[in-house]
Design a protein around this ligand. Sequence first.
Ligand SMILES: NC(=O)c1ccc[n+]([C@@H]2O[C@H](COP(=O)([O-])OP(=O)(O)OC[C@H]3O[C@@H](n4cnc5c(N)ncnc54)[C@H](OP(=O)(O)O)[C@@H]3O)[C@@H](O)[C@H]2O)c1
Length: 274
Amino acid sequence: MEKVAIVTGSSSGIGFETALDLAREGYFTYATMRNTKKGEAIKEIAKKENLKLETLELDVDKEDSVKNAINKIVKEKGRIDILVNNAGYGLFGCLEDISMEELKAQFETNFFGVVRVSQAAIPVMRKQKSGIIVNVSSVAGRIGFPVSPGYISSKFAIEGLSESMRYELSPFGINVIIIEPGVIKTNFMSSTKKSLKSDSAYKDITNKVIMGITMMSEMGTPPKEVATTIIKAIKSENPLPRYTVGNDAIMFLEAKKNKTDLEFENYIKKELFS
Ligand SMILES: NC(=O)c1ccc[n+]([C@@H]2O[C@H](COP(=O)([O-])OP(=O)(O)OC[C@H]3O[C@@H](n4cnc5c(N)ncnc54)[C@H](OP(=O)(O)O)[C@@H]3O)[C@@H](O)[C@H]2O)c1
């Protein structure tokens, strides 16, 4: 039986690499993206390597787009084995500087987008009594950080959602895996929305953090490493609930585990302000 994988946000970065690697593993892969005009590069590689990969329009913000994509996949293949909820973007700006609209839009994509696609795919997986849902969270889903409360909150929400889904779905043979990358070298920083009011009280910290993360991003972990971790996780007989990717993420999460809340806060302040 041909196994089927779906990846959201496959036009670049982590989604692009993951869709290709799933196809290389033999999955018929739907590399979904909101703008299929951006699909030429992935289609070219798939053609060259003779991979079973198709691009398909799916905007995680839009109910109809999600329904149409999942219905088409079910009509064509009759099953969904792997769903990688990857689509997302960053919102940088201190809480006082970001608008309610910006925050809602951030949650629409990063959180409700995952809910929307999962709700469409779960009934298919439940009927077949198997499936794996991979939710791409972030190290930002485990630790707070200034200048990105909107993004951080959306990823904390993904962590809670995923932990709850694990309990609900395991009786039906469906596994849920959380992926927590550190800073990855993708288009992420260029597509991140940046909010800074002209009379902002947070100019210095906002500029410092954005500059720091932009620099880290240029030297970030390659997205291929995230794809490799996702493949390792789904091939594992007993996948772990969460996988961390990148030395920076491992370092921050180790520090968090070994320190009290206040010690950890002081450690982050020292990293940021010294
Ligand atoms: N890069 C990092 O440092 C990092 C670290 C931790 C976690 N992550 C997470 O990894 C995931 C992938 O990001 P990336 O680093 O690969 O960045 P990226 O290269 O900017 O890729 C993001 C992808 O999400 C898509 N997308 C955005 N909004 C969408 C929507 N409404 N519907 C469908 N697709 C949408 C983008 O499509 P368009 O091309 O149309 O914009 C693009 O394909 C995100 O969830 C991000 O939060 C990234």
